[in-house]
Design a binder for this molecule. Structure first.
Ligand SMILES: NC(=O)c1ccc[n+]([C@@H]2O[C@H](COP(=O)([O-])OP(=O)(O)OC[C@H]3O[C@@H](n4cnc5c(N)ncnc54)[C@H](OP(=O)(O)O)[C@@H]3O)[C@@H](O)[C@H]2O)c1
Length: 326
């Protein structure tokens, strides 16, 4: 964010916090805990999450598509010398199986231990619903599904052996899925019969519902062994998500630039928005197998009650990931 504008936004957010404060995750000593936070670019939820985790003593690996090393450098300068040595940056593009495989191999070889995976990276494009047809990745999948669901589940499965090892050692390994209340737009039948009319909002919701099925199924399969999964909606947060989703529309982009302080007042700051992620990743009282909002268990879509859908998706996903293993 440009410097002068950044200062105005931060002041507006401080005023907002005074009047509309949200629950805050309780501080926990995280020395010795190793976490991965995906999608931690500047001014994002992942960035605020990683910064707090570092300040609480954790070892954190952060990712973005390109430039993760300089992102780690930025975090080092933000968290001060005492915490700086515990952050590592590594590029990761969830829409590329090759990139996920490369990241996972590097992580296994160079880091070797993982207590908490915060699956935060995600996209929500075409916010003005202009696309009449799905945009597809090179391997033929709808963009949101490919990035948010397939990429994230691929990464999780590849890092699972390390999480299971931590579960045996610490009895407190976690997978945290940053989803969205828009998972409510997803429908179980749409996993198997794509809808006739395309909507990027539905596609985004479908990808998040898929992630929730995956998370709940993983929880059912592993909770007894000390590995818990948590899903959460961060709230409506002032990040880069809208800029990415509105990119290419110069009128809207110009209006947003002018109205940024208003937007920052209406929405939560990344630090406020990160609280539920931090709560799910660290709080001793956070119970796995649930969907959280504002650091509390919330009601999720009824579609999640059908565990046969979760099981079917799990098997299909496993076959897909295995077909991409190196
Ligand atoms: N902001 C909200 O109000 C809101 C509400 C509900 C849910 N969420 C969810 O919160 C999460 C974080 O979003 P945010 O608001 O912080 O958005 P953001 O500022 O746009 O950050 C998204 C992060 O994901 C990364 N990313 C994008 N495409 C990627 C890809 N193909 N592979 C790997 N990483 C990729 C971005 O990295 P690059 O720098 O490489 O683009 C960035 O670090 C998302 O999962 C989003 O769906 C946000």
């Amino acid at each position: 964010m440009e410097k002068g504008r950044g200062m105005v936004i931060r002041r507006v957010q401080a005023v907002r916090r005074r009047f509309f404060g949200k629950p805050v995750a309780p501080r926990r000593d995280l020395r010795g805990r190793k976490l991965v936070v995906t999608g931690a670019s500047e001014d994002s939820l992942g960035h605020a999450t990683a910064r707090i985790l570092l300040e609480w003593g954790a070892e954190v690996t952060v990712t973005r598509r390109r430039g993760a090393e300089s992102l780690a450098e930025t975090l080092r300068s933000e968290v001060g010398r005492a915490n700086a040595a515990r952050v590592t940056g590594r590029d990761l593009d969830l829409s590329s199986a090759e990139s996920v495989e490369a990241f996972a191999s590097w992580y296994h070889a160079e880091r070797g231990e993982l207590d908490v995976l915060v699956n935060n990276a995600g996209i929500h494009l075409d916010l003005l619903s202009r696309w009449k047809e799905p945009r597809r990745t090179e391997d033929g999948f709808e963009l949101h599904w490919r990035t948010n669901y397939l990429g994230t589940t691929h990464l999780t499965r590849r890092l699972l052996p390390l999480l299971e090892e931590s579960a045996r050692r610490t009895h407190d390994a976690r997978v945290v899925m940053v989803v969205s209340k828009l998972h409510e737009r997803g429908r179980n039948r749409a996993f198997f019969e794509p809808p006739a009319r395309y909507s990027s909002w539905d596609a985004y919701g479908q990808s998040k519902l898929g992630l929730m099925h995956f998370a709940m199924e993983l929880h059912r399969r592993s909770a007894g062994g000390g590995l818990a999964t948590h899903c959460l909606h961060p709230g409506e947060v002032f990040t880069n998500v809208a800029s990415a989703g509105l990119a290419g529309n110069s009128v809207v982009e110009g209006a947003r630039n002018l109205l940024a302080p208003l937007e920052a007042f209406a929405l939560m700051s990344p630090v406020e928005g990160a609280q539920t992620s931090i709560f799910c990743a660290t709080a001793t009282e956070a119970e796995g197998g649930h969907y959280y909002r504002d650091c509390s268990i919330a009601r999720a879509s009824r579609e999640l009650a059908d565990t046969s859908v979760a099981a079917r998706l799990w098997d299909e996903n496993q076959a897909w990931v295995e077909s991409h293993a190196r």
